[in-house]
Structures are given as structure tokens and as C-alpha cells.
Design a protein around this ligand. Structure first.
Ligand code: BYC
Length: 474
């Protein structure tokens, strides 16, 4: 199959004159489309969706809006413009020119990071495959599809790096990215959270609030990379990630707003009564927060990691906002506080900062999550509702790292197995919670209409009205 490169694949990587890349993509692009057809958004090939497409990296010009059939979406390849004379900002190579090619000695670690990042992108599309069938509105359906096509583009971004810089192994890895499947027993996605189910829209909003925020922090750390093409590609991905987190933050906000409205009307905060009125009670939302935040916190890896130390020292992966941190950017002498269990409680100890880089990024992530949660609390406060959402302690419900060996309450108290068994129904979504949330999931596709459990947004997409026919079904 021959491809009209400029039309089909918008890019700023000179694809039209890069024969090697063309050959790799000629093979991979049809495989990508087969993958999309097989495990992408279910039953949507005929829909026309009001989507934005990146067609350049200019701040004013990159987002082109219009109706598109998703299999015809123009997944493009974009790197932020090169900074002239960019120097490496950290690690053993600090001050040296950024690399335009992969240094042989770092090839395998760099490939592994790119593959791990790349693997999350198709995974999330697979996880969200069925959600279109139960959308609460056309506005939300369109946002789901926007997130899906952009995750597809983020896969393209990583595949570009594999094809362009990693030769044959890169091509094999790119193919394997289309072979693994979220939740598959034999060939699962690489990281834990990407094998969880996303069975309902509350989960989707939580996922885009928390897990896409992991994306923000990991991509920001990779944007510091000494390998310039990785840095430039992740910088451009970050511009798209912002919208995904908006979908989560505002989706949850609108659910809370609707619940608050019904709480006021019915003058009740009784979860069972609110459920009979068809809205999601606040304690259930808090349990979803607890689940999704803890699963995402695990994505940062082990608290102390020699991999993380190596990635930093060799210049592959920096810290969040590396350039504005005031220290030596080498960290050989520095320490960072990590948690451990001592005398039956959590205690802080200073660990070598280089080994604690996953922990540091996790802390940055948690601070950012708290800022988002505070926005929901302000809404509750304004409505005179005496309930506040809280981010669970980072030790809560861990599966990765040393804290996974013990059990902790959301407040961070060490608890026995019996206390955990007694508490868990109040801390994590129960089967009944999930069934209830599932029972609310209908399909609302009349323009301007919204499911009973979610408030409309305050404005539409790209200056369009909220009542716009964002998706045309054909
Ligand atoms: N699940 O030394 P450790 C996004 C493995 S999200 C399963 O602590 P390291 C997005 C680990 O692989 C951003 N396994 O790990 C969001 C290692 O295995 P091996 C994704 C896990 O390397 C929404 C072993 O445990 N990007 O973009 O320091 C929608 C030892 O672990 C997990 C990245 O993650 C886990 N959660 O750190 C769409 C950036 N955690 O080698 C997209 C690239 C660890 O012993 N990845 N393991 O077999 C990395 O920088 C690192 O791989 C990690 C792990 C930070 C993830």
C-alpha cells in the first residue's frame, strides 16, 4: 500500500523524503489500522466526530477542528521545534550538547523507556473501548473519542522514535506494541494500571484525572532527556495531555455538581436515598478516588530504584521541571525522604536522592492531584455541603514498592489484616458500588441532553454550543 505522506500523515519530520521511515510505516500503518478496528472504540467506524487534529506544531495552528471518521483520522508525527545548542541539564553528561542520535551504550535502556511509555497509549484505548456505548451525552462521547485518537497519536510518536532510531529491534518493538492487549492473561500491557478495566464513566473520568496525570509527570521527566528527539516529541505530547486531564477534572466536577444539586433539593446526604434519586453519592466517589489514585501512584515504580538512578545519571530521564530546580543536577551527594515502616508506624528516612527519583516524581504528582481535588472541594463549600474529598495517603493500597508489604488506611495508619478487612468496604469501591454506578450507565445521544447523574459543562468545545451535534451517527 502506498501512502500520500503529506496528506495522510501530517508531520514535521520530513517523512516524504525519509525512505527508511516510509518503509517501516508502510508495514506498520495498516497494522495500526487493523488494531484500531479490532480493539479501538467499538462500532464507531461510520461515526463522524467533531475532533481536533494536530497538523503542525505552531501554537496557533496545531489544533484543526472538524468532522472526521475516526479510522480516517490523520495521526501525525510531530516534534517540538529544536532548540539551538540545547545542552544536557543533568547527570554525568550535564553541560554537553544534547544527543541527536542514540549513544550505543544507552540504546537498550532508552528503548525500554520508549517502549514502556508507548505501551500505555494503545492500552488506554483498549481499556476505553466499550465506553461509547454508555455515554452520558454527545459532548462526553466526543471528548472520549478525542482522547482515544490522541492516545493513538501518542503511540505514533513513540513508534516514530523506534522506527527512526532503533533499526530492526525498533521495528520489532513497534509491532509488539500492537500485539499486547490490556488485561490479557498471556500478553498483557506492561504496567499494572493499564491492565485494569475501565468499565464505566466514573472510572473513565478518574482514569483521565489520575492516570493521565501520571502521563503528564512521566512525559515531563522524559522532556528533559538528553536524547533530543525524545525530549521534543514528549514536549508536543504534553500539549495534548492537558485536554485529557481536563476531561477527568471537569467530568468528576460535573458529577459532584449534580449530586450536590440533588442533595440540596432532597435535603439529604443519605447515600442510599441519593442512589434512588439516580445520582452518585459522595462517599462512593471518594472510594473511586482512593482506588484510582492508589493504582496510579504505583505507576511511578519502586520508592528506591537503581533503574531510576541509572536513567538519571546517564541523562535519559530527568526530574519534573529539572531546569528550575535549584541544586547541582547531579545528585551524587543529595538525599531525599522516603517512607518505611518502623516500630509499627510509618517513618521517614533520608535515602540517596538518585535512587529515590521515582518517589520524588510520585510526590510531585500527588501535589498536583491535591490541587485538582481542592477545586471540587471549593465547589462543595460554595454549595454549603459539609463533605471534603481527600487524596489517600501514598502508602494506601500499594502493590509496588516496599509499602506493598503492609496494609495502610487511606489516612496512612498501619492496619492489621483484620482491620483492613473491616475497613476496606469504606475505602475501596465495593462490588455493590460498581454495580450501582454501572446501573446508571445508559446512552444519551440527543444533542444538549445529559444523563441524570452528571451536570452539563459550562461551555462547549472550541466555541461551539453545548447542544452541538458533536457526533453524527451514520
Ligand atoms: N506495573 O525499579 P522499578 C501515560 C516493574 S502514563 C507493573 O521500580 P523503574 C498515559 C518495572 O518495569 C506514563 N510493573 O521500576 C496515561 C521493573 O521491571 P523489571 C507512562 C511495574 O524502572 C494515561 C520492576 O517492576 N510512562 O503516559 O524504576 C493514558 C522494578 O521496578 C510497575 C512511563 O511510565 C507497575 N506499575 O520505574 C495513556 C515512563 N512499576 O525491569 C498514557 C517510562 C514498576 O524488573 N517508564 N514495574 O522487569 C519508566 O520510567 C519506568 O519504567 C517506570 C518504572 C517509572 C514505570
Amino acid at each position: 500500500m502506498s501512502i500520500d505522506y503529506e496528506q495522510t500523515i501530517p508531520n514535521n519530520v520530513n517523512l516524504a523524503s525519509d525512505k527508511t521511515l516510509q518503509r517501516a510505516l508502510e508495514h506498520w500503518q495498516p497494522a495500526f489500522l487493523r488494531w484500531w478496528g479490532e480493539v479501538g472504540p467499538e462500532g464507531t467506524s461510520g461515526y463522524e466526530v467533531y475532533l481536533r487534529t494536530a497538523t503542525s506544531v505552531d501554537p496557533e495552528g496545531w489544533a484543526q477542528f472538524g468532522y472526521v471518521r475516526m479510522p480516517e483520522y490523520r495521526w501525525g508525527i510531530f516534534l517540538n521545534p529544536a532548540e539551538s545548542d540545547r545542552a544536557i541539564a543533568f547527570g554525568d553528561h550535564k553541560g554537553q550538547p544534547a544527543w541527536q542520535e542514540v549513544p550505543g551504550e544507552y540504546r537498550s535502556n532508552l528503548r525500554r523507556i520508549i517502549v514502556t511509555q508507548g505501551d500505555t497509549e494503545p492500552a488506554s484505548v483498549e481499556q476505553q473501548r466499550h465506553l461509547g456505548l454508555t455515554c452520558p451525552s454527545l459532548y462526553d462521547l466526543r471528548n472520549l473519542f478525542q482522547v482515544n485518537v490522541e492516545e493513538g497519536r501518542h503511540l505514533w510518536a513513540m513508534v516514530y522514535l523506534l522506527h527512526r532510531y532503533f533499526g530492526r529491534d525498533g521495528r520489532e518493538e513497534a509491532e509488539a506494541l500492537l500485539g499486547r492487549r490490556s488485561g490479557d492473561a498471556d500478553n498483557p500491557r506492561i504496567l499494572g494500571a493499564f491492565n485494569e478495566r475501565t468499565p464505566d464513566w466514573l472510572s473513565l473520568f478518574m482514569f483521565t484525572f489520575f492516570t493521565d496525570r501520571d502521563g503528564k509527570f512521566q512525559l515531563s521527566a522524559l522532556a528533559e532527556s538528553a536524547f533530543d528527539p525524545l525530549s521534543r516529541t514528549t514536549k508536543f505530547m504534553l500539549t495534548e495531555e492537558g485536554h485529557h486531564m481536563f476531561v477527568g477534572r471537569n467530568g468528576i466536577r460535573r458529577i459532584i455538581e449534580r449530586t450536590a444539586e440533588v442533595m440540596k433539593e432532597a435535603k439529604t446526604d443519605d447515600p442510599m436515598r441519593l442512589r434512588t434519586l439516580g445520582v452518585i453519592d459522595l462517599p462512593t466517589i471518594q472510594r473511586y478516588v482512593n482506588f484510582h489514585s492508589s493504582v496510579t501512584v504505583d505507576l511511578f515504580g519502586s520508592d528506591l530504584s537503581s533503574n531510576a538512578a541509572t536513567f538519571y545519571t546517564t541523562g535519559l530521564k530527568g526530574r519534573f521541571r529539572e531546569q528550575v530546580i535549584q541544586d547541582d543536577h547531579v545528585l551524587k551527594e543529595a538525599t531525599y525522604p522516603v517512607l518505611e515502616v518502623a516500630n509499627g508506624a510509618l517513618a521517614t528516612r533520608e535515602a540517596p536522592a538518585l535512587n529515590a527519583l521515582n518517589e520524588r516524581l510520585r510526590d510531585d504528582f500527588m501535589q498536583d492531584s491535591i490541587a485538582g481535588i481542592n477545586g471540587w472541594n471549593t465547589l462543595l463549600q460554595k454549595r454549603g455541603i459539609d463533605f471534603r474529598f481527600e487524596l489517600p495517603h501514598k502508602a494506601f493500597n500499594r502493590q509496588i514498592g516496599p509499602l506493598a508489604a503492609c496494609k495502610f488506611s487511606p489516612a496512612g495508619e498501619l492496619v492489621s489484616d483484620e482491620q483492613w478487612a473491616r475497613g476496606v468496604r469504606a475505602w475501596l469501591p465495593t462490588a455493590e458500588d460498581r454495580m450501582f454506578v454501572q446501573s446508571l450507565m445508559g446512552r444519551v445521544v440527543e444533542p444538549g441532553k445529559f444523563a441524570n447523574w452528571i451536570a452539563p459543562p459550562s461551555s462547549g468545545i472550541n466555541g461551539q454550543v453545548v447542544e452541538c451535534q458533536y457526533v453524527r451517527f451514520n
